[in-house]
Ligand binder design. Sequence first.
Ligand code: UD1
Length: 430
Amino acid sequence: MDKIIVRGGKPLAGEVKISGAKNSALKIMAASILTSEPVVIGNVPNIRDVSVMAEVLQGLGVHVERTDGSVTLRARGPIGVEAPYQLVSRMRASIVVLGPLLARLGRARVAMPGGCNIGLRKIDLHIRGLEMLGARIDVGQASIEARADVLVGANIPLDFPSVGATENIMMAASLARGTTVLENAAREPEIVDLADCLNKMGAHISGAGTSTMIIEGAERLHGVTFDIIPDRIEASTFLVAGAITGGDVTVTAVQPEHMAMVLKKLGQVGCEINVGADSINIKGTSAPKSINISTLPHPGFPTDMQAPFMSLLSLARGTSIITENVFENRFTFARELGRLGGRVNIERHHAVVVGGQAFGGGAVKAPDLRAGAALVVAGLAAGGPVEIEDIYHIERGYENFTERLKTLGADIELVRDETPLKLAVGEDGY
Ligand code: UD1
């Protein structure tokens, strides 16, 4: 099995260029279904989730061409309506083809994504929103079958500002008849990016980045050339890696305004942060302070950074409390961190992180994407070698993670298992 081996104790130093946002790339790729003209996306990260989305779209009949950092998609010719389980199970975000397929073809069948390691991850809000636009949806054990002769704009209040539901509804409403008002919409930067791209394709969306979005349905959408925003989670992960090693790291090609809450929390820990127009420098501290964190939808503290901060706060002076408000089961990471010497007590959706620990070496498994990155972060500060398995999770969302950490001075190695039979193990994990 492939693994990463980290030997910690080296303060990271230098600059790292941040890739395009995974969570934006995937949705904008799905938006290509909405037009028969070419959609050319720049700044696309070379990660596994992008490959899986390319496969999902190719399976539907979309022509996909990838060159270094860009993807060209053409949904011309016969487009299929079915996203099969074999692909959807590899990446839950495949569910975002549902809205575009309904809008373009009036029909979609998408395999049920099911739960994953961080919780149930229901899709009821996606379904209810699309139903309010006039779709008839049958939710079976194995798949969701949706049909609509015509989609008609509606007032849709979301019970929770779900990122995926906002995106599915926004894309479907872009080609609906009349006006959709989406209330309690998600406000993540990736939502704004998708709206910007759709508007450039001829959609009429206003209010993206606020809780109320207004979408005037357009007759048709056309092709586009669009560069996606930097990945704020990748950038934040590198900053935490700088912080935990007491290093001096600069992330470049970022949009610091997308990361305000993470930067505030790193400042509270005692790190020195210097923000440039499109770069951020962090200098770690030898005496990190404990802090409390509550994950919340944007602009709150991102749930995706909860695990890397748990690694960092394990070394802080005093006790920190992390409250997880977005996913119900996102603390499985605490157990793995415990194998390296972390002391975290879970009480329902609170994690009490006992600081003042020193990580030792050991073998651990990445339970999911961000937790995997957080184990690498912990390894960078560990006293003995840390071996991380199930690294396919990390490769879903971080491009060349080990190589880029190496350029910052980390002693880290990616060990590939060349045994062909084992390569597919765990592929369907998340
Ligand atoms: C996206 C991001 C993920 C991030 C999350 C929250 C992608 C590919 N993934 O995931 O990295 O952690 O936003 O910022 O963009 N929920 C329901 N019903 C629904 C939809 C969601 O109950 O119909 C619940 C989920 O179970 C979860 C919470 O709402 O507890 C947040 O989910 P959501 O915002 O939809 O996250 P994703 O779009 O899946």
